[in-house]
Design a protein around this ligand. Structure first.
Ligand SMILES: NC(=O)c1ccc[n+]([C@@H]2O[C@H](COP(=O)([O-])OP(=O)(O)OC[C@H]3O[C@@H](n4cnc5c(N)ncnc54)[C@H](O)[C@@H]3O)[C@@H](O)[C@H]2O)c1
Length: 304
């Protein structure tokens, strides 16, 4: 199939690009390189340096007639979305709309979208959250992810363009950017390997659900099937607190650093964890990588 991947020079979608290429698909990467890197792009893929808001995007879609569009391009920093909600909405809502409008008008058969289970549910009322959990996002980033899902529902319902939206937990693994505010595993790993002191916000007892990028890729491969439609959580259903992560990474990097804490970040969610029962029951997806093994692979990749 001919597949366009937006954000394919970035962390998650570059791994998806590798998998699609190795399955024999014709892959096009659309990315403005704002956080992505050229070296992440699979050599067999065609790279188009373009912003998802570019007015030329509809013409590109018309010319290329993609079968599937996998939309991962986004500004993915929750704190940036809080500081500048309009900036976030321009990329994460209007950019998405430009992609979906171009897809629908050019006859794309399916959209796959990177949503966020860590943010669309807001403060969780029960643990782990399934897809029926109320969606009450408490950040502009989460609002944008949820509104993309709602636009996709509109395109499916009114225009017959089907979609699969993945509500990712906290994704980690090789190629994750260690410089931003997101991606605590990448940030801690880089610091520990450089002999710098990682700082834990608050008491470090806040929990997240850490899912390995290879498992996320498998879900995106399954989503090429036309039968996979709608929203699915992609998480492990296991909660890990930041102190535990720090200790694992300290052991794996051989660092001697002690835990060091700073005041908690205001408004930070205390617990987040996702059930993957829905995608498991329907398509057999399950997270295969244990946290320790995934952290070990991540540390090895950062070393090299
Ligand atoms: N990393 C996570 O834990 C996580 C969790 C939930 C959802 N997501 C979503 O997954 C997707 C990928 O995230 P990631 O962690 O790989 O981040 P990333 O920053 O590595 O990748 C994003 C890619 O999008 C590109 N991009 C950004 N703005 C663009 C624009 N306007 N036009 C074209 N390209 C643009 C960047 O250059 C980059 O290559 C994002 O949609 C993110 O919101 C990530």
């Amino acid at each position: 199939m001919k597949i366009a991947i937006t954000g394919g020079a970035g962390f998650i979608a570059s791994h998806i690009g590798d998998a699609y290429v190795s399955l024999g698909h014709e892959v096009f990467i659309i990315d403005n390189l704002s956080t992505g890197k050229l070296e992440n792009i699979p050599s067999q893929a065609t790279f188009i340096e373009m912003d998802v808001n570019d007015p030329a995007l509809p013409e590109l879609f018309m010319d290329e007639k993609f079968d599937i569009v996998n939309h991962h391009a986004a500004q993915m920093d929750v704190r940036v979305s809080v500081q500048d909600p309009s900036f976030d909405a321009r990329i994460n809502i209007l950019g998405g709309l430009n992609v979906y409008e171009s897809a629908f008008k050019s006859g794309v058969k399916k959209i796959i979208f990177a949503s966020s289970g860590g943010t669309v549910y807001g403060d969780q009322e029960y643990f782990p959250a399934d897809e029926h959990h109320p969606t009450k996002p408490i950040s502009p980033y989460g609002i944008a992810k949820l509104s993309n899902e709602q636009y996709l529902y509109y395109y499916a319902h009114v225009h017959g363009l089907p979609f699969a939206a993945f509500r990712y937990a906290n994704v980690y693994g090789p190629r994750q950017n260690p410089h931003g505010e997101a991606g605590v595993i990448a940030i801690f790993t880089q610091k520990l390997l450089r002999g710098e002191q990682p700082i834990i916000n608050g008491d470090g007892l806040q929990t997240r659900d850490y899912v390995y990028v290879g498992d996320v890729v498998q879900a995106n491969v399954l989503a090429l099937q036309p039968q996979m439609i709608g929203a699915y959580n992609i998480g492990t259903a296991i909660e890990t607190d930041v102190n535990t992560l720090f200790r694992h990474l300290r052991d794996l990097t051989g660092s001697q650093c002690e835990e060091q804490h700073a005041p908690a970040k205001q408004g930070e969610q205390l617990r987040s964890v996702l059930s993957h029962e829905r995608i498991h029951a329907a398509f057999g997806w399950t997270p295969r990588m244990s946290l320790i093994e995934g952290l070990s692979k991540t540390v090895d990749s950062f070393k090299s």
